[in-house]
Ligand binder design. Structure first.
Ligand code: GLN
Length: 496
């Protein structure tokens, strides 16, 4: 059952081939047997899942159940879940049990989806390798000595290892698309404002956006139709009808104008990755699309601008973790200053502290204009690059990241090398545009991703374009070795 897509699971549930309780038991058993090899899931909510599954089976029996009714899912541990620990990958929130659900979590609950648990992530979503989690690194199911990408590495690894058919994730600078690429799955970061951020722990509020991760574009369409909603509790959420993203899949793409940015094929791009992406572009041409060379001249400024804006917003957002209201508190504080400083020094990891320091510096009175003000101006230039490009093209395509999954520790000493992982993804967040990653090849036995960037609120077109590609190619259906075994036992486990 774990090899079925969400679309296939929905059919199976509705035609009573299997029940939601059976399905849920199957995935819970897989998590119990396999998760220790990946560390992708950090909280398992088995009892709640089985109760929800039984309720879903009743709704299914009664007829008229919503599409996702009875389908098991995982949530990234950045989404608040009522009564279930929400840690954001940090010691700071290791003891935090929210008294409410994020809107995204509510949306899935109302649709009858079954939550199996919460996935591991980089601490406060800061990272590209999942090495900064308080709960330890996540391993890439394709090569367990390599990172799964980050910050949504737990969600990506869980979907790749078939521990769940889909998972929620968030993307501030690439955290859905980069781990999707490195784990060989499909992920979509919607337009800023499409999905409610209420109850999603804030990293950089003007960039954060939740989105789906699954194996296919069709499954991402089903998930996004449920995830996206107008929410008056999030003032940046846009009041705009949510299309049925599944309904528009299957349109021929003849005549589609695909912008190919010169800057995305420059120095630093792994030759194998480039070859895979070029082959994908050729497939679109074969289907009747037209490739148009474009320029996004300010691409090189996106990483520096992001690493001023994101830390600045993070330093403000994370000031609430002070040991007073909730979360971690240091032992025996001497006075208030000691309480603040030791709580934060002990509760936050190194990368989070680095970002808070950079952000506080950039926002300080003497440097605000020189750094933060300047970065906001650069952000506008980056956005204008895209606005100009979309006058000529319907979508933009290129690599999701420069190379396939790298080894643990290989970028640990050099934050800038790590930051460059997101060189192709960050600009879309700065512009607020939607982007997705689709598996498009294998390099050194590891998956690589094609990035598809769309115009504002053009998710339906992007999903259709990705779906057409997946109808003609097999990359999305490849599985890491041993993963597809019917008993859910990997080759390595069987040998031991
Ligand atoms: N890797 C980027 C960072 O560390 C992006 C993370 C994200 O998208 N949450 O900030």
């Amino acid at each position: 059952m774990h090899n079925l897509t969400i679309a296939e699971l929905i059919k199976g549930l509705q035609s009573k081939e299997f029940t939601s309780v059976e399905l849920t038991q199957h995935f819970l058993a897989r998590i119990a047997a396999l998760n220790s090899g990946y560390n992708a899931v950090i909280t398992i909510t088995a009892d709640q899942a089985l109760k929800a599954a039984a309720a879903a089976d009743q709704r299914l029996a009664a007829g008229n159940a919503p599409a996702l009714c009875g389908v098991p899912m995982l949530h990234k541990d950045i989404f608040c879940t009522n009564g279930v620990r929400t840690s954001c990958g940090s010691k700071m929130l290791d003891n935090f049990i929210p008294p409410y659900n994020a809107t995204v979590v509510d949306n899935f609950e109302q649709a009858g989806a079954v939550v199996l648990g919460k996935t591991n992530m980089d601490e406060f979503a800061m990272g590209s390798s999942n090495e900064t989690s308080f709960y330890g690194p996540v391993k890439n199911p394709w090569a367990t000595d390599c990172v799964p990408g980050g910050s949504s590495g737990g969600s990506a690894a869980a979907v790749a290892a078939r521990l769940a058919p889909g998972a929620t994730a968030t993307d501030t600078g690439g955290s859905i698309r980069q781990p999707a690429a490195l784990c060989g799955i499909t992920g979509l970061k919607p337009t800023y404002g499409r999905v409610s951020r209420w109850g999603m722990i804030a990293f950089a509020s003007s960039l954060d956006q939740g989105g789906p991760m699954a194996r296919t574009a069709e499954d991402c369409a089903i998930m996004l139709s449920c995830m996206a909603s107008y929410d008056d509790k999030d003032s940046t959420c846009v009041d705009r009808e949510v299309p049925d993203y599944s309904a528009t899949l299957g349109k021929p793409i003849k005549g589609l104008r695909i912008g190919v940015p010169t800057e995305y094929f420059s120095e630093g791009l792994n030759p194998g990755t480039e070859q895979a992406v070029r082959a994908a572009l050729a497939e679109f041409e074969a289907q009747g699309a037209e490739l148009v060379e474009i320029s996004l001249p300010n691409t090189g400024l996106s990483v520096p601008a992001y690493y001023v804006i994101a830390p600045a917003e993070a330093s403000a957002n994370l000031s609430r973790f002070d040991g007073v209201r909730y979360g971690y508190r240091c032992e025996d504080p001497k006075d208030l200053t000691d309480l603040y400083s030791r709580t934060r020094a002990e509760g936050f990891g190194e990368e989070v502290q680095r970002r808070i320091l950079i952000g506080t510096y950039c926002l300080s009175a003497g440097y605000y204009d020189a750094y933060y003000g300047k970065a906001q101006q650069v952000r506008e230039l980056i956005k204008q690059d895209f606005v100009t490009a979309f006058e000529k093209v319907d979508v933009i395509m290129g690599p999701t990241c420069p190379s396939p999954a790298f080894k643990f520790g290989s970028k640990g000493d050099d934050p800038v090398a790590m930051y460059l992982e997101d060189i192709y993804t960050i600009a879309t967040n700065l512009a607020g545009l939607p982007g997705m990653s689709v598996p498009c090849g294998m390099v050194d036995d590891k998956p690589v991703g094609l990035q598809i960037i769309g115009n504002y609120f053009d998710e339906a077109r992007m999903l259709n374009v990705a779906h057409q590609y997946q109808q003609a190619t097999e990359w999305h259906s490849l599985a890491p070795e041993g993963i597809t075994a019917p008993d859910g036992i990997t080759a390595t486990e069987r040998a031991s």
